[in-house]
Ligand binder design. Structure first.
Ligand code: AMP
Ligand code: GLY
Length: 439
């Protein structure tokens, strides 16, 4: 089977690495890919907005499966365009059509959907352009901190947790006037603040049935001890031991199942991955967001644990037989540490020479912001540069292994957290085996 993978980050490097292990794979193409994906497939440059060029490529290369890594092409209707093209009837897209991608593309839609299907989430109200006064008045009915979300896609920067009323008012002003977030914040969602530990839970679905995938804890802030600004994610741990069997059963029954059932009932076709961003509030899962894709860096921690053939699961989606396929998961813990450029998530420089990857033993290196330079070899070319993922028989060992290997890789300004997974060491790990059983 020939596959086209869309994207060029660490998530896509991990997907390419995993797909390349499939006995069902013939050729893998990655667009645009990165220097890491070259080892597992061929990097190609396809303009996704050029339907004719896309069609030509898919036909010429006899692509059967298109795997979409990031959300933007899905929200923009890439799946719709492929399936409406009569010449591309045989192509399966992993990722929903635009209607399903609204779960990520519109926070208000996602909140209304959860309300309709009784899926636990924070109480909320949505406000549009011209409703600044009403939104500010609504703050009277809330307690700080105030959670303010731009409705649309804002490159992961659309959520502000305002500590006081002044900050909340100025954020609402910035958002609703469109000055700071553009069209994405012409509508905003004001939401109750939830206190608890966050979990990224994942499923794969053909729209009829679904399978839970391993869950992970993401470390969003740039600094140790969860300090400093939010990033795309600075590390991940899978499994997260606080997400024990009982909790994951609740995620399955109260979030995953009603979401897939709800989509079906509403006639919204959905196939691919669903990322359920959760907060564990006193043992109860609440959804803070849906994403219609896998997470980055969570993918780099969960795919090494997936023993099953990913392309077999995709084939299950193509044939509507996902229920017959198996998701087999490695019980060991995988820890992923992201190395970023100095200054990220703010301004940073690129073009720094990366050394030492060849000295990594017993760990995986997934590249994101890297480029191949004729003169200098591998250089940095983004905020998040690469992720090192490592196993251990327990969490302590996985952390030690991930950091041992991270430290052999160097580039000027190398920035990483030194505490990935360490907060979880304090919680008991005895329930790991039971987590695996229910997946
Ligand atoms: P998002 O971009 O939706 O992932 O949100 C960014 C971050 O904001 C999340 O990772 C949470 O830490 C935080 N967040 C979002 N919604 C809430 C909420 N209702 N209560 C507390 N924190 C939240
Ligand atoms: N790491 C969070 C995300 O991928 O959205």
């Amino acid at each position: 089977m020939n596959v086209l993978l869309i994207g060029g980050g660490g998530r896509e490097h991990a997907l390419a690495w995993k797909l390349a292990q499939s006995t069902l794979l013939d050729e893998l193409y990655v667009s645009p890919g990165n220097p890491g994906t070259v080892r597992h497939g061929r990097n190609v440059a396809i303009d996704l907005n050029d339907q004719k060029a896309l069609r030509q490529f898919l036909l010429l290369k006899r692509i059967k499966v298109v795997v979409v890594g990031p959300e933007a092409p899905l929200v923009e209707g890439l799946h719709d365009r492929i399936s409406e093209d009569p010449k591309l009837k045989d192509v399966t897209v992993i990722g929903p059509k635009a209607a399903g991608a609204r779960l990520e593309g519109s926070k208000e839609f996602a909140k209304e959907f959860m309300l309709r299907h009784n899926i636990p989430t924070a109480a909320f109200r949505a406000f549009g352009k011209g409703q600044l006064k009403e939104a500010v008045e609504h703050l009277d009915r809330m307690k700080p901190p105030y959670v303010i979300k731009a409705d649309g896609l804002a490159q992961g920067k659309g959520v502000v947790i305002a500590q006081d009323r002044k900050e909340a008012e100025s954020t609402l002003k910035d958002m609703l006037s469109g000055t700071k977030y553009g069209a994405a914040s012409e509508r905003v969602v004001l939401e109750q603040f939830l206190k608890g530990i966050e979990l990224s839970a994942f499923l794969i679905t053909d729209g009829e049935t679904f399978k839970m995938l391993p869950a992970a804890k993401d470390y969003k802030r740039i600094g140790d001890g969860d300090t400093g600004p939010n990033t795309g994610g600075m590390g991940a741990v899978s499994p997260a031991h606080f997400a024990d069997k009982d909790f994951m059963q609740k995620v399955h029954d109260r979030v995953a199942a009603p979401t897939i059932r709800g989509l079906r009932e509403e006639g919204i076709p959905y196939q691919g991955f669903l990322f359920m961003g959760l907060i564990n509030v006193d043992g109860e899962p609440y959804v803070i967001e849906y994403n219609v894709r896998l997470g980055d860096p969570e993918t780099q921690a969960i795919l090494p644990r997936l023993r099953s053939d990913l392309l077999d699961l995709f084939e299950g989606i193509a044939h509507g037989t996902l229920s017959e396929r198996h998701v087999d998961v490695d019980a060991r813990t995988c820890v992923s540490v992201v190395m970023a450029a100095e200054g990220y998530p703010g301004k940073y420089e690129s073009g720094k020479s990366i050394t030492g990857i060849e000295n990594v033993v017993n760990a995986y290196v997934f590249q994101s912001g890297t480029a191949e330079s004729k003169k200098e070899g591998l250089v940095t070319a983004g905020g998040r540069v690469l992720t090192v993922s490592a196993f251990g028989k327990d969490l302590d060992q996985a952390i030690a292994n991930a950091y041992k290997n991270s430290l052999v890789i160097d580039f000027q300004g190398r920035t990483m957290r030194t505490d990935i997974g360490k907060d979880l060491v304090k919680t008991p790990v005895s329930k790991t085996a039971s987590i695996v059983q229910i997946l």
